[in-house]
Every structure is written in C-alpha cells, then in structure tokens.
Design a protein around this ligand. Sequence first.
Ligand code: PMP
Length: 376
Amino acid sequence: MLKQYLLTPGPTPIPPQIALKEALPVIHHRTSEFASIYKDVAEGLKYVFQTRNEVYVLACSGTGAMEMAIVNLLSPNDKILVASCGNFGERWAKIAQSYGVETIYVSVEWGKVLDPLEIEKTLKKNPDIKAVFTTFVETSTGVASDIKSIGKIVSQTNAVFVVDAISGLAGQEFRTDDWEVDVVISASQKDFMLPPGLAFIMFSQKTQKLIELSRLPKFYFDIKKYRDFYLINQTPFTPPVTLIVALQEALKLIRNKKIENIWNDCKRLARAARAGMQSLGLKLFAEVPCEVVTTASVPENIGEKIITTLKERYSVSIAGGQGKLKGKIIRLAHMGYIGKVDLLAGFACLEIVLSELGMDIEKGKSVAAVQKEFLG
Ligand code: PMP
C-alpha cells in the first residue's frame, strides 16, 4: 500500500491530532458537555472569520451554506448581482435562479480576475440590487478576488455583500469585518484540515432587514432557528457531533499557531508552487493567483493523464480542470495541513510523470526551484 499524498484543493489531509478526536466515543448533543464544546467552537470560528458576529455551524457541504444565504436573504423576483470568475461563481447564479431570483452578471473569462469598478458601475445602474454574491478564492481557476475593494463599494449601497470563502478562509488573509463583508461562507474540508461534512456561515447586522423580509421557502436552513439555538450553545438539529469535536481541535491548532502565521506560510508555499510550475515550463493559469492552490496550463493531450498517472503510480492526488477547463489545467493545493515536504514530494513526482508522458523535463529543476523559495 502506498502512502497517500493528498494535494487537492479539498478534501485536504487531516493532522493526526484531529483524526484522533474523531475516534472518541460519540457524546449526546443535548448536554452541557456538548454545549461547552460548541461555545468554544463558536469563539474559534469568530477568530478565523475575523468577525464579531455569530458564525453558525451547519451539517452540509459548502453548497448548502450557499443555499442558506440565498433563501434567508431573498424573496421571489428580487434582483441580485453575481460577480463570477469561474465555476463556483456560476454556482451562485444557478442556486438563485432555481429559486426564481433575477440575476445580473458581472463576469470575466475563467482565469481572469474581476474588476471591482465593473461591479460599482452595475450597482449604480441597478440601485434595486438586493445583494452582491462573489467568490473569494475561485478554486476552479486559482484566482483570488479583491474582496476588500469590492466590500468598500458594496458598503456604500443598500445591497449586502455575500462571499463564498469556502476556499481560502483560514489560509489566505481574509478580514470579514474590516472588509465589510455581510455574509461569509466556508466549509470544513479545505483550510480547516477536517473531513468534508461541515459548513460555516456568518450574517452581519446589515443583513437583518433582508432576513426579516425574505419570503423564499426554507426549513432546515432557516437562520432564525440557528440564531435561537446559538443562544444556548446548541444547533437546532442533530449536529455531526464527531466532526464538531474535531473542529474544536482544528480551531485550537489554528489559534495556537495564530492566523497571521498561517497566512504567511500559505504565501510562501504559494510562491514555491508557482516557481515549481514555471520552472517546468508550465504557464500559470490565474491572472491574480491565490495563496492556497496553484493552477497551471498543461498540454491538452496529456492533461487528464497527468492526474491519473500521478495517483496510480505514486499515490499523489492533484486536481484537474473543471467544466470547460477539463484536461487543460492542473491544480495543486497548498492549504491546511499540506506543508513544505508535501510540495517537494509532489513536484518530484510531477516531474517524473511529465517526462514519462513525453514532455522535455530537466529532472530536479522544479524541486530546486521549490527549495530555493523555501531557503529565500
Ligand atoms: N465554492 C468554492 C470556492 C469551492 O472551492 C467549493 C468546493 N470545491 C464549493 C464552492 C462547493 O463546496 P462543496 O463541494 O463543499 O459543496
């Protein structure tokens, strides 16, 4: 059996301290024992989100939290702006449209970055827009959006600003309150170093009016239920207790390390990954690359084969392109528990596979480029 190297942008590897917590006997959730864990988790999440507002824990993947934002903020025929630069930006529009919400787009070609001024112009033209939805790290392209600038623009309007930070939160600098973000969403399987299964969501004071007016149907994702139970350190429905116990440990690790140090580590890993890709002659795909996943264009005839060969031969998992980028790019993550040694191993194997697939690769070049970044 080969040792597994999980270098995908979610799920990501789990530190042993966290995995051990998942092996503990399950406790009952309507107990003071659980309430005290939940209280601690709620404080830890505020720290990671960099907010003073409550952050709720949900039993679903990240998309569930995206749906929760939409059904709690909007009513049928409301108008929203979706600012999209990839697959996950488009998901906002798909969810909204399935609820009969009118969607206006600001979008750019996949791989490019959104221009905040375009968003400003569209908001000025459409003063009836209720909410602006966008993505922090667009995992499908590796682009990071300028949330701070967009936040400044949206804060000067009546619209609320909703950000999918499923990728990037707890990896790359993100300041919910300072950047005036009204709803932030994240999930467990990326920078939080946990298995998939939990999502997190925060609502600001500015959203309260929309929440009161909202007429879209909701039951499981009704924010008011979560708000009431939050007051007694509980969730309205049976929570995934084991994952929440593991989350407490993950948040302890993050708090002990300090979020700024995690941001700096990811920055350094990102620099190394970019240098590694470029040294192999692979062009970086993202116009403004994020710090948690590196994307690069690859020859289309071997795009898919790179991924499968790395997995089958070396037990190294990286991701390929999604949707229209299938076979055209590779995506190598450096978030959560993924560290320097994983990157060195990943690039060493990538070099071998690329040469096996016919590319002219000078062995050791990308490993040396990565090492150089780590030494510098
Ligand atoms: N948004 C972004 C930016 C993502 O990276 C992902 C997951 N890759 C999602 C949304 C969807 O999350 P989930 O698969 O947890 O529902």
